[in-house]
Design a protein around this ligand. Structure first.
Ligand code: ATP
Length: 274
């Protein structure tokens, strides 16, 4: 059975305060928040609002979180999907899903459409890639381009997308009227890691304050992404609970960091066999 509506409406409310660090990215994306909050003001004065933005950065750095927070701040619906959901063996399903997604978005405007892993459909045309389904992927990409700046105006819909492979994207996606803005989101530095720890330590029962732990843990986790940090916090809580402790201590965090590093090493090994 072919399911034409893979995309989902996400009602969980995320705000900028839940996204630690990423100050510059927030400033850039605020333009969309302001527009979505009051599209009439912008439309009346004749301003052409950028259609969308691509968030570029390594995995786990908060791209999805940032997109959700944009919807949360503007208080508009958030429709999310992944580029890989459009890559199908059956001819015509990919473009049909794109049409479906945008039809839904038009009905719910003002709103945000978020496409994770846009590179799965947006890689440069005629460059190979997915075996067998290349024409189909091009059709899907063409449909996306048509939806973004085609004959049916996409009024008051902002399209956000994420990728960690900007180098392979079809340049047509980056033209004005499509993803006009590119926002880079890098792995967090020391200060940002501390801020991300603050967010994820807050709900935990610690044997000391969040202010005590955040800087300490940030120093112990160079190269960690926001997702890794969130993992460390949860692992520490799991380890403490398994040991029947009533509070999480530095010992638990040390073990959690080791475990997350172990997981990362395993992942790297799989990705680059020696
Ligand atoms: P991917 O490319 O793998 O889809 P992503 O960049 O979209 O990753 P998210 O899914 O947004 O990453 O992040 C995963 C989780 O990591 C978030 O749900 C959150 O718990 C945590 N996280 C990442 N970055 C931050 C941040 N800046 N502040 C707070 N939490 C963060």
């Amino acid at each position: 059975k072919i399911n034409a509506s893979q995309f989902k409406k996400d009602d969980s409310k995320v705000l900028f305060k839940d996204v630690a660090g990423l100050g510059e990215a927030k400033v850039e994306i605020e333009e969309f928040v302001n527009f979505l909050k009051d599209p009439k003001k912008y439309n009346d004065i004749g301003a052409k609002i950028p259609r969308g933005a691509i968030l570029i950065g390594p995995p786990g750095t908060g791209k999805t979180l940032m997109a959700k927070a944009t919807a949360g701040e503007a208080n508009v619906p958030f429709f999310s999907t992944s580029g890989s959901d459009f890559v199908e063996m059956f001819v015509g399903v990919g473009p049909a899903r794109v049409r479906d997604l945008f039809e839904q978005a038009r009905k719910n405007a003002p709103c945000i459409v978020f496409i994770d892993e846009i590179d799965a459909i947006g890689r440069a045309r005629g460059k190979g890639g997915f075996s067998g389904s290349n024409d189909e992927r091009e059709n899907t990409l063409n449909q996306l381009l048509v939806e973004m700046d085609g004959f049916t105006p996409l009024k008051n819909v902002v399209v956000l997308a994420a990728t960690n492979r900007p180098d392979i994207l079809d340049q047509a996606l980056l033209r004005p009227g499509r993803f006009d803005r590119q926002i880079t989101i890098d792995n967090p530095d020391l200060k940002s890691r501390e801020e991300i720890f603050c967010v994820h330590l807050k709900p935990l029962t610690l044997d000391n304050t969040v202010e005590h732990y955040a800087p300490k843990l940030a120093k112990l986790t160079p190269g960690f992404s926001g997702a890794d940090i969130s993992n460390v916090c949860n692992e520490a809580a799991l380890i403490a609970a398994r040991k029947m402790a009533d509070q999480i201590t530095l010992k638990h965090f040390d073990a959690a960091i080791d475990r997350v590093i172990g997981g990362l090493e395993k992942k790297n090994k799989v990705l680059s066999p020696q």
